[in-house]
Design a protein around this ligand. Structure first.
Ligand code: EPZ
Length: 423
């Protein structure tokens, strides 16, 4: 296993180019199951989760070639419809093949994704919605066994909770269903929007894209004529690098970023005293004279993203005052707290609410352990500003969603090296 060694308190400068969005690429790769032609996808993020989903699609019968971030993929020859536990356990977003496989083949078996570090993360809403569309769903030996007699039927789906991958699964299933599907209380994340836009370009009549009510006219199992497309920039990677600039109080520019996908994050950075300059596809952050404390409640898009909560908690340890962060989406997304406290942060938890006493304080380098994808990035941010050396262990979590992070940070002036754990 790898670890990262960081020597803190280096100023950063320069610019970093943001990769394609992992959480846009995952549903879009699953959507190739619906395509009757081979397609080219550009700006694919080369991160572990993407490689895992490509491995799953290849197991099902897809073929692909990858040249840097340009992917050519042909899922027309898929013949298998079983997503096995060994793959799904490593990447819960594999659940995204459920809707497309069922819509195209009328049957599939997908391993139930277990919980994960940040929470139990059930998929009950995905399954209930597919049943409303006529699917017969059984859970057997840890697998979701789904079948339909003929095409899925369009239905009116009202999600009890806003679910990103739930919305994506049903949009894809509805694209090949017979009749009209309306999703009420749909997720509005930019990644959901791009999926809908790609399907619309492939000939699916979709209305309400980007709103919480999406209506899809199904193609009655007629495969789609998908067009080539480019993955949108990763707003969470962009937010993470902005926090790297903020926590080291540096001038930093991020290229190939969509400021309009980051309103809530940019607004919180400005509330903390940082200046943000938005240009066409770049965002520059300028240092704050005094880092002010901040209050954050995570919520669905366009509200403050839960995937930026850990990074802002690291930043809040440097604020002059007390910050409050309320994590409303996941029940266990504070595992970075213990590690930040070991570095000298003053953070107390009360249920879903974290209180961070900043009063500019010193963080000290330490051996710390990554526990989940975004917690790992929070530890990197803390290490950038800590006095001395920090070793971050189990960074396979980080590799799931960040492409060449240590290279990008080194190019900005950080002292960060990847090493192999001594066995
Ligand atoms: C997506 O996960 C993202 N993953 C997550 O990003 C992100 O944190 C999350 O949305 C929230 O924005 C991908 O897009 C691949 P949800 P998802 O279904 O779809 C409950 C990262 O860091 N729920 O929107 O799995 C659930 O427990 C990852 O890149 C049900 O109760 O999240 C949670 O409380 C981490 N039943 C809430 O809804 C269901 O059937 C939101 O979950 C589905 C969800």
């Amino acid at each position: 296993m790898d670890y990262l060694k960081v020597i803190g308190q280096k100023k950063l400068q320069g610019s970093v180019t943001i990769s394609g969005a992992k959480n846009a690429a995952l549903p879009l790769l699953a959507a190739t199951i619906l395509s009757k032609n081979k397609i080219t996808i550009d700006n694919l993020p080369i991160v572990a989760d993407i490689k895992t989903l490509l491995k799953l699609l290849e197991m099902l019968g897809s073929s692909y070639s990858l040249d840097k971030s340009m992917l050519q993929i042909d899922s027309t020859s898929i013949s298998k419809t079983k997503a096995t536990y060994d793959i799904v356990k490593t990447m819960r977003a594999s659940i995204l093949v459920l809707g497309p496989l069922l819509a195209r083949f009328g049957h599939c078996e997908v391993s139930l994704p277990g919980g994960c570090a940040i929470g139990q993360r059930p998929v009950d809403l995905h399954l209930k919605a597919l049943e409303q569309m006529g699917a017969k769903i059984e859970i057997k030996n840890g697998y979701i066994q789904a079948t339909t007699d003929g095409p899925l039927q369009g239905a009116k789906i009202i999600f009890d909770k806003i679910t990103v991958t739930g919305t994506e699964n049903i949009v894809m299933a509805a694209a090949l269903a017979k009749g009209t599907t309306t999703i009420i209380n749909a997720a509005k994340e930019p990644e959901v929007v791009q999926l809908c836009e790609v399907l619309k370009d492939a000939g699916v009549d979709i209305q309400g894209i980007g709103t919480n009510e999406i209506t899809i006219q199904g193609k009655n199992q007629e495969l789609l004529n998908m067009k080539d497309f480019t993955i949108i920039p990763d707003r969470i990677e962009a937010g993470t690098y902005l926090c790297a600039g903020a926590i080291t109080n540096s001038i930093l520019t991020i290229q190939n970023a969509r400021a309009d996908h980051l309103d809530a994050v940019l607004s919180k950075l400005e509330q903390m005293g940082f200046m943000i300059i938005k240009e066409n596809s770049s965002i520059t952050i300028l240092p704050a004279n005094r880092i002010k404390p901040v209050n954050i409640t995570t919520t669905e898009y366009p509200g403050f993203p839960t995937d930026m909560q850990a990074q802002f908690m690291a930043l809040a340890t440097m604020a002059d005052g007390v910050s409050i962060i309320d994590e409303t989406l996941f029940e266990n997304r504070f595992m970075h707290v213990g590690e930040l406290v070991r570095m000298g942060a003053d953070i107390t938890l009360n249920g879903t609410v974290a209180t961070i006493k900043g009063t500019p304080r010193m963080l000290y380098g330490a051996d710390v352990m990554a526990t989940d994808l975004r917690a790992s990035s929070a530890l990197v941010l803390a290490a950038l500003v800590a006095k001395g050396e920090t070793n971050i262990h189990r960074i396979y979590h980080l590799d799931r969603g960040y492409n060449k992070l240590e290279e990008k940070l080194t190019n900005l002036g950080a002292s960060i090296l990847r090493g192999k754990e001594k066995l």
